[in-house]
Design a binder for this molecule. Sequence first.
Ligand SMILES: Cc1ncc(COP(=O)(O)O)c(C=O)c1O
Length: 426
Amino acid sequence: MSKLAIHGGSPVKSGSWPKWPQWEKSTLAAVEKVFKSGRWAISSNYSSKSPLREKAFGKAFAEFLGAKYCVPVTSGSASLELAMEALGIGAYDEVILPALTWCADPVAVVDINAVPVFADCDPATLCISPEAVEAAITKKTRAVIAVHLYGSMADVDALLDICRRHKIHLIEDCSHVHGAKWRGKSAGIFGAIGCFSTQHTKLLAAGEGGVTVTNSLELKSRIEQLKSNSRKYIDQPAPGKLEIEWSGEIMGGNYSLTEFQSAILLDRLGRLEEQTLKREDNAKFLDDELSGIPGFEPIMPPDQVTRRAYYYYVVRCDRKYWKGVDTETVRAALAAELAGAAERIYLPLHRSPLFRPLTKKRHYLSKSYIAALKRCAKANLPHSDAAHATCISIPHPVLLSDRKEMQTVVDAFAKVSGAKGELKAK
Ligand SMILES: Cc1ncc(COP(=O)(O)O)c(C=O)c1O
């Protein structure tokens, strides 16, 4: 076996991986049209010649998912916050969520003055464990946020059952899995509200941006007002007048997507299905090949996932095999072979410097609230800790490569596995 790249040998992968985000001439043309239309925001005057892209994207994305309604917003973070506010969740209400996720989830919870309660993950999927959710429910619980993480999905059947029995809401954070399906139905349409980020690294990307989807007209109307300063769309707008009118049913802030971002999303949505299929096909190839390499075990989505979407492809290092070599060393060796395409997974948020709610004065509501926030850091989440300690992830643009390039991923894992002794000796 040749010398590892991390020790000066030749890397398995030469050149770079597909770039992300991607755009085409049609993307540029769509943005140019917005410039020329003069309608840069939803708060521009109605013109039948230039219908709002935000409305068009909302309709197209709802259709794509099989949801009744979709309200685009400024970010995935905003989608979570507005989803909870639309559901009437607020001060001192408890929201159960995973710690193995991006900080946006608990930050959204504390920013509406609710209390995040971390639940451990299922080690097989890395998503929130239904058993851990049930054990965390109290009289104050109002909702569960299920994050469909990396390339997997939380068990929505079990979570819906728990939520129905306890009369609490399920919110799905689908920021990693645009286009994934659970038993043939799209991620995002199982709970009361589905939330998505369209930030530039995501599978559907507009630089920044977010989306909420729901089958409830009432929730759709509340989110619409929450995101556009208490205003909602008029059914029959008049030329030269605003297309939104004051309502005041629920006070909103400004979380509106620009028309430029909506135009980009509309254009990119046209490529999502094809890209999802390509990533899924390559991920299945990696599943087959990597599971035969000593020391590595791919994280497989549950069987109910009938269409896989991948933000990252995750592989667990077998600690027995890698005894004496830590995960960071294995990751660095893989990254050196693979032009950088090997990363660690999230540090669970009860340990993360990204979740420090008491650094902001707005969170000092009362002694009991401060005590509840302090409890977050003391959560006991052995599976989330173990996942961080053992897993390595490959970013999704790699999965858009052709089969020859995918083989380099397999070859790199095989090379690093075979060089355990070389890594141990250093
Ligand atoms: C799981 C998850 N939820 C929410 C978000 C927040 O999205 P945004 O960055 O668009 O606010 C992210 C972003 O990385 C995420 O990964």
